[in-house]
Design a protein around this ligand. Structure first.
Ligand SMILES: NC(=O)c1ccc[n+]([C@@H]2O[C@H](COP(=O)([O-])OP(=O)(O)OC[C@H]3O[C@@H](n4cnc5c(N)ncnc54)[C@H](O)[C@@H]3O)[C@@H](O)[C@H]2O)c1
Ligand SMILES: [Zn+2]
Length: 465
């Protein structure tokens, strides 16, 4: 559907489905012709993305990059597991070859917390580094973003830059130190984004820092690293790519998001779907459809694993500017309230619902719920993922995408819903409570939600098959 027609359709749907809860009403004031009335909704969007370099074996260049930057005191971050694996060795070799001096930090927590962020920040403050390198998945890259941010703003309080309403959400005005991110999962797209996510322990839910200023200077994407991912890491990080693509493609359009920022510095990184993000998100979805099953099932399939590594970059550029919505908003308490679930193939000593799994488990319920707001996009996504939608009715769009996703998840041996990762109906009020502060993303859902709606979405996600 053309952009204007889609906006009119969404407005009509929203009038019907409008939420009575003041916290979630969008207060649309856009004229039905799709032009901004200039009062509360935005009228512009902006694309930001790290520089990206892609190539087999490209990690060998990192030492030269640091030399070119004139870096004399580099902070190299990773996690304990990766510290002994080939991706980190490749970086060590390049730094040694080019005589770059560095300090090594391998205490990144897999799925970081405010405490683990602060430990890394202290290390960075003490080290007075002039450049940063992160080798790892989203956990490592996000931790390194926070370390760079607070080491460059040593007087800032930790909550200053954390997303409101949990933190103060202050804009970052300083230029940070050069930062090279070497992603080792095909998942978060963190090498492209200005987002750093952590588990806020006292809230038992995730939140984060979102500012274009913290995005890496360079994302060095070396597909050889993706060959080392164990099967469930490849699966779960691939589901993250899938949801980044689906959520950003179905997010509220940028010109229906409010408020319109009074100064561009306040325009959020997550702006709503827009014509440029759409291209990246849709392309990522096509790659997921073509390669994800192969990439999960066969670690030696270089073509499939490399393609997924690129898809995570594409989806990162898409969602990093458009944002994500309900699967992610609801995933933060699913991850934060974990009880005893231990994820297969994750070499960690704490209970964990991996990010990609926490996101994808609600996806059938979420897209059933949002289907009526932009049915064409839901049908298009289902078609890309392999469903024949030729005779499909628009009113069935959400259900059709949900069924497509269920089949996709079943084929990849995903646990049967939230109940399989340890949740029961009794946990739903706490899960809802943990979702409410995630309005930065939940407000980007194309359909507003009441607390009852969230409750129903969690309930519908208890079992998938
Ligand atoms: N910044 C963003 O834009 C963004 C987006 C989505 C998710 N996230 C966050 O990123 C984190 C999840 O990151 P992730 O899914 O990339 O995984 P991860 O960084 O948490 O790593 C998962 C596990 O896989 C291991 N691993 C990673 N790469 C490997 C490789 N090549 N070979 C062998 N083992 C490997 C790690 O050691 C770890 O044990 C979560 O905290 C999530 O909230 C951030
Ligand atoms: Zn994600």
């Amino acid at each position: 559907m053309a952009g204007q027609e889609r906006a009119v359709h969404l407005l009509r749907q929203l009038q019907r489905a409008s939420c009575r809860c003041p916290a979630h009403s969008h207060g649309f004031s856009q004229a039905p012709d799709g032009t901004s009335c200039g009062k509360t909704t935005d009228y512009a969007f902006e694309m930001a993305c790290s520089n990206i370099r892609y190539g087999q074996g490209v990690t060998k260049e990192v030492g030269m990059d640091l030399q070119n930057l004139g870096a004399r005191n580099v902070c190299l971050m990773t996690d304990k597991n990766l510290a002994r694996l080939p991706p980190v060795k490749a970086v060590f070799n390049s730094l040694a070859k080019h005589g770059v001096s560095f300090k090594f930090y391998d205490k990144v927590r897999v799925e970081p917390t405010d405490t683990s962020f602060k430990e890394a920040i202290d290390f960075a403050k003490r080290g007075q580094f002039d450049a940063y390198v992160a080798v790892g998945g989203g956990s490592v890259i996000d931790t390194c973003k926070a370390a760079n941010l607070y080491a460059c703003n040593p007087k800032a309080d930790f909550l200053d830059y954390v997303n409101a309403p949990i933190g103060k959400g202050k804009p970052v005005t300083d230029v940070l130190k050069p930062f090279i991110a070497v992603p080792t999962t095909a998942g978060t797209g963190s090498e492209t984004t200005g987002v750093a996510i952590f588990d806020f322990e006292s809230l038992k839910a995730k939140t984060g820092i979102a500012s274009r200023a913290i995005k890496p200077t360079l994302g060095m994407v070396d597909p050889l690293h993706s060959l080392h991912m164990p099967q469930r890491v490849a699966a779960n990080s691939g589901f993250d790519v899938l949801c980044h693509a689906l959520e950003s493609y179905t997010a509220l359009p940028y010109n229906m998001r409010s408020p319109c920022p009074p100064n561009p510095i306040y325009r959020p990184a997550y702006q709503g779907s827009n014509p440029i993000s759409d291209v990246w998100s849709k392309h990522a979805l096509n790659i997921v459809a073509k390669y994800m099953k192969r990439a999960v099932r066969n670690a030696d399939d270089l073509e499939a694993r490399s393609s997924m590594h690129l898809a995570s970059v594409f989806a990162g550029i898409g969602f990093g500017n458009a944002g994500v919505h309900l699967c992610h908003g609801m995933s933060y308490p699913i991850a934060g309230l974990v009880k005893t679930y231990r994820a297969k193939d994750y070499n960690v000593n704490h209970p964990l619902v991996p990010h990609g799994l926490s996101v994808v488990l609600t996806s059938p319920a979420v897209f059933t719920f949002t289907g009526s707001m932009c049915p064409e996009r839901h049908l298009e996504a289902a078609e890309i993922l392999g469903t024949n939608v030729r005779n499909a009715k628009r009113e069935d769009a959400g259900l059709i995408l949900a069924d497509t996703l269920r089949k996709f998840l079943f084929d990849l041996n995903v646990d049967d819903g939230l109940s399989a990762v340890g949740y029961t109906k009794e946990d739903i009020p706490a899960l809802v409570k943990g979702t409410i502060p995630q309005e930065r993303v939940t407000k980007l859902a194309p359909r507003p939600q009441t607390e009852e709606d969230l409750s129903s979405l969690f309930e519908a996600s208890m079992k998938l098959y």
